[in-house]
Each structure stands twice: as C-alpha cells, then as structure tokens.
Design a protein around this ligand. Structure first.
Ligand code: HOZ
Length: 430
C-alpha cells in the first residue's frame, strides 16, 4: 500500500501541531509507520487520502456503533444544523435524551450533559467531593478517566503507549489526593481504606477497562468494591465512557449486578458528535448548581446538534436490543479467528470480548490488571498492526486500546480480517 500523501500530510501537520496530532495515541508512536490521514468513512470502511480502503475496527474509538455515515443519524444532524448550531440555552432535545438515559440506567435519576468524557469524569469527581466533603479519590492503575489533573496518575491509554505513568504539569498537591489500587485486587483497595478510612470521597473504576487493552473487572471484585464503598461512605463511580452502550445497551451495568452511585458516559451517546454525560441518584445530583452549590458549566453542553445525533442513535439501539447479540457473536468470531491464527504459528495470544468490544494481548497469561497488560509483547503487536494495516485492516494503534465491532461490520469483513491475520502472523515468524 502507498502512504505517500499521508506521510506528506503528517510532515505538514508536524510543523503546526505538536506531534502532528490533536490526541497523542493517533501519532502511531506505539506501532510502525505513520498514521493514514483520513479522507472519509463509509459504513464499516475508512478511506485515506492516498485512496487506500480499510476495514475499520476503531470506529472513532467507539462512538460509531452504526458505523460511518448512518443515514438516520446524519439526517437528524442535518435537520438540527438547519435550525442553528448552538444556542447556549435549553432545548427540549436535552430533556428527551436525558429521559432516554434515565429510563435505561437504574443507577441514574438525573443526568447532565457535557462535551467530552474527560469533562464528564472531571465533573463527577468534583460532585463526589462536594457531596461527601472529602478530598481523596481512589482510582486503579491502568484505568484512564480522561486527562483532567487529579486523574492523570498511572493512567493507561496514551500514557501507557508512551511509557509515561503520569504527566508533568500536574501539581503534586493535587495528585496526593489520588490514591491508587490494583485492578481486580480487593486487598489493595482494603489497604487504601485502612490507611484513610474517612477521607475517600469516591472510588472510580472502568468496570470494563478499555484503556489498558480490554480488561474486564471480575463480578466478585465489583461486589466487594460496592460493599467497601458503602461501609465507608465513599461513592462508587462507574466510568462507562467506553463501555456505555458498547458492552451492552446498559454498558457494564447490563452485565454486572452491581449498582454504582454515579455513572459517567460519553462517546457512544454522541454517535460521533462531542458528548459526555454524568448521572446519579437524585439526592446526589441535587448538589449540582443551580440546585446545589457544586459548580459545573459549559456553553456547548447539551449542544443541539450533538443531542440530535445521540437521540437518534439511542432510539435505534433501544428499538433493537438484539443488535447486541449479533455484535457480540461477530466480536467473538473475530477474536477466535485471531486466536487460531496465532496458535497455528505458536504465537502466544490471549483475547477477550465484551459485547461489541474486543481486545487481544500478545501474551501467554490472562490479563487481570495493568502490570499483566504491560507484560504483553508490544514489539509483536507493532509488527502485527503494520502487517494488518498494509492489508487494509485498521486496528487501534496501541496495544493498550480496545477494538470495536459496529452493526455495519459484516461477516465477510471479519472473514477477510481473519485471513489477513493468518498471513501476517505467518510472516512475523518467518
Ligand atoms: N485514548 C483514546 C481512546 N481511548 C484516544 C482517542 C483519540 O486519539 O482520538
């Protein structure tokens, strides 16, 4: 495949944008080659500016559950655009979308919309601190909750890709309030609570981690987390920015019996438009301004174009929950195919699937936490990624990200992808 135009575009971008990208993982630093610059998407495919066509398993990092250019979603967007791009004033679209979310999630009585997952989590943390009057928060190594200061500690995703556990520019005075525990390890949580029994405002977790690769939390672990939070008066926050509407219609909460106190959502609600949201029980949300004293705001929050896209997408999902069975079967078929391709040439590979999310590690051990994830063979991943890209398969460009199946991903595309995986794995061991 020729990438000449993308290479030139990357060089030009580099001159005026740090690293040539607006979000670090996109720079392809964790894999070989340079990023294809995208011209357009169409259903389950992407087309770059060199004219190369790819089967897209990134789908804008999750939001495009109906793929690129879904006619219903785009029509609703066009209609909204014709009425105006932004008002900074209430619209009924916000209430409609809020109602859809509230009826879907038992844990949410009220929801507020923001413009990104980062903003959703940042706001939820502030609310948790405001409600409890406590400063400390507990997160898990390898879980990524956006790039706000308190949460950029031992985060996965881009930081893991670049090997920088935490970012300079975050004051130590702030991070001293961020306690760290090990994913799927309740003893590490118990230790934090033993050290600070009355100071922890909230425990935040990706119940299905998607930012250290795909690593689901064990049900028993989530139950124990729920118990310990209740005992200590700390709020349990499920960050479902990635898993929401992806792992199931109700995200991880459609799979687990554990009920969090607060939930953060993003990506998929916007169907590709910038949207995030956080919600909780009414008594918690009552602390939020203007009902309560905890301040949070945004001119573009509840933007009408984004709300229209989200509403259409959510209505389509709710109208056909069977979609998730099909998505899950396809994700499983893909991962089984990768597994067989790896086994055929004795390459160690472990895979996992949650609904339409899939992940794989070049490793021989089941990945339960961030340390396990870091043991994956990232050089092997880089070779595999490049080989697949050259065969027109667009996978996430880091071993610490997750892949996505969309309703437009056909069996034929999956068969083609598995065939490519056999060829690339065989090439790697040659
Ligand atoms: N780490 C982000 C997804 N989990 C990357 C997003 C982007 O680069 O657009």
């Amino acid at each position: 495949m020729a990438y000449d135009k993308s290479i030139a575009a990357f060089e030009e971008a580099y001159k005026v944008i740090p690293g040539g990208v607006d979000s670090p993982v996109r720079a392809f630093s964790g894999v070989e080659g340079t990023p294809p610059f995208i011209d357009r998407g169409e259903g389950g495919h992407l087309f770059d500016i060199d004219g190369n066509k790819y089967i897209d398993y990134v789908q804008s990092w999750g939001p495009l559950i109906f793929g690129h250019c879904d006619a219903d979603i785009e029509t609703s967007v066009f209609k909204a655009v014709m009425k105006g791009l932004s008002f900074g004033a209430p619209t009924t679209l916000e209430t409609e979308l809020a109602r859809e979310i509230v009826t879907l999630f038992d844990s949410i009585d009220k929801v507020r919309f923001v413009s990104s997952g980062t903003e959703a989590v940042m706001s939820a943390i502030r609310l948790a601190r405001g409600v409890t009057g406590r400063d400390d928060i507990l997160k898990f190594t390898g879980c990524y909750h956006g790039h706000s200061d308190s949460l950029l500690v031992q985060a996965g995703s881009g930081l893991a890709t670049f090997g920088t556990p935490s970012s300079p520019g975050v004051p130590a005075d702030l991070t001293k309030h961020t306690l760290l525990a090990t994913y799927n390890d309740i003893e590490s949580v118990q230790k934090c609570f033993a050290d600070s029994p009355d100071d922890i405002a909230c425990v935040i977790i990706e119940p299905i981690a998607g930012n250290m690769g795909l690593v689901p939390a064990d049900e028993e672990f989530l139950k124990q987390l729920r118990t310990i939070c209740t005992e200590h008066g700390a709020l349990l926050i499920f960050d479902e920015v990635m898993s929401g509407f992806r792992a199931s219609l109700k995200g991880a909460q459609g799979i687990s019996t554990v009920k969090p106190d607060m939930v953060t959502l993003g990506k998929v609600i916007g169907a590709g438009m910038p949207v995030g949201a956080f919600g909780a029980r009414a008594d918690i949300m009552a602390h939020l301004s203007p009902e309560g004293p905890v301040y949070q705001a945004g001119t573009l929050s509840g933007n009408p174009v984004a709300m229209a896209a989200g509403l259409t997408s959510l209505k389509k999902l709710k109208a056909n929950p069977a979609i998730y069975v099909e998505l899950g079967n396809k994700a499983k078929k893909l991962m089984d195919g990768f597994q067989k391709a790896a086994t055929s040439v004795n390459i160690p590979l472990v895979t996992d699937v949650r609904g339409s999310m899939f992940g794989f590690f070049f490793s021989d051990k089941t990945v339960k936490n961030f340390d396990d994830a870091l043991e994956n063979d990232s050089e092997m991943f880089a070779k595999f990624h490049k080989g697949m890209l050259d065969k027109g398969i667009y996978l996430a460009c880091s071993s610490y990200e997750t892949g996505f199946i969309s309703t437009v991903t056909t069996d034929k595309m999956i068969d083609e992808t598995i065939k490519a995986a056999y060829e690339v794995m065989a090439d790697i061991v040659k």
